[in-house]
Ligand binder design. Structure first.
Ligand SMILES: [Fe+2]
Ligand SMILES: [Fe+2]
Length: 300
């Protein structure tokens, strides 16, 4: 770290300034509505399909994504309702979330290349989390795999906020990152007094995301999770983040720089070198499909 790098370039703490950013993305109406309806045990596929279909642009992109190689459906689906019946409501929420996030941050012209790296890493983490759930847990926890996908997609959203809304701070963080192999969050804390996890958790709260997702965003590096019910997902995202970094040809943290896995998590999931290598190979295999998915989520 360079000397004096912890000086924040304004008298106001960065977190307070973030709270005042008027242009901070808000979730599209369709996402807010879906989120509420899915939490309602009385909701049916028909209710969810009706909400999505009200936004033809989003509906068309979701159908394209559902029919992409990413899901590998044997028969193409031709309606949102059919997509929900085959993929499930949680998967549909992941799709709406993907599209909503792309739209919410699409207007910022800043740091496009870095934004791309974050999306690729996020999607790869989402894929890795889903894969981890499916390979390590019983089919009864299939809901967990979709929650994992959503949490993976969102876990570094705080970095997007920094890249798109705090350009001066982002450039100070970047120059400090060049000076060592410290984990990003330590450099962020040192440079701007707040980490991407805290910023992401704040955005997740504003978006009224389920508390378990807020917790995974806040705790994916520091697993001291207050609510034990949320610990499993946070641990899975922690491992998925590692897998995504290890599998990526364009590692967000720089070539060869990998995060450290929490030893307790490593033990709890009974991981070993061979298992990790196998998982990394599978995540790498999925990466190409994830890229196609990203393009589809973006294309209007
Ligand atoms: Fe992170
Ligand atoms: Fe990450």
């Amino acid at each position: 770290m360079k000397q004096g790098s912890s000086t924040v370039g304004t008298n106001r703490p960065v977190m307070d300034r973030i709270k005042d950013i008027q242009s901070l993305p808000t979730p599209p109406l369709v996402f807010t509505q879906i989120n509420r309806v899915i939490n309602d045990p009385q909701a049916s596929a028909y209710d969810v399909a009706a909400i999505v279909s009200e936004d033809p642009g989003i509906a068309a992109r979701i159908l394209r994504m559902a029919n992409s190689a990413y899901y590998g459906l044997p028969q193409p689906v031709s309606s949102i309702r059919q997509a929900i019946i085959i993929l499930g409501m949680d998967a549909l929420r992941s799709l709406v979330l993907s599209v909503s996030l792309m739209d919410a941050f699409a207007t910022s012209p800043l740091e496009r290349e870095y934004q791309d790296l974050i999306w690729r890493h996020s999607l790869s983490t989402a894929s890795a989390a889903r894969l981890f759930f499916c390979s390590r847990f019983s089919s009864g926890q299939i809901r967990g795999s979709e929650e994992g996908f959503a949490a993976g997609l969102l876990h570094d959203i705080g970095k997007m906020v920094i890249a798109c809304h705090l350009p001066a701070e982002r450039s100070r963080i970047r120059s400090n990152l060049d000076y060592g192999v410290l984990e990003d969050r330590f450099v962020e804390q040192e440079t701007i007094g707040v980490t991407h996890e805290e910023i992401g958790a704040y955005l997740a709260e504003r978006w009224e995301l389920p508390p378990i997702l807020q917790s995974a965003i806040r705790h994916h590096h520091d697993l001291n999770v207050a609510n034990p019910d949320h610990r499993l997902l946070s641990r899975v995202i922690h491992v998925a983040d590692y897998l995504a970094h290890a599998a990526s040809p364009t590692n967000l943290r720089g070539a060869g720089v990998l995060p450290t896995i929490d030893p307790e998590t490593y033990g709890e999931f009974r991981l070993d070198v061979q298992t990790m290598e196998e998982l990394v190979a599978k995540v790498r295999e999925d990466f190409g499909r994830a890229e196609t998915f990203l393009e589809m989520a973006r294309s209007a």
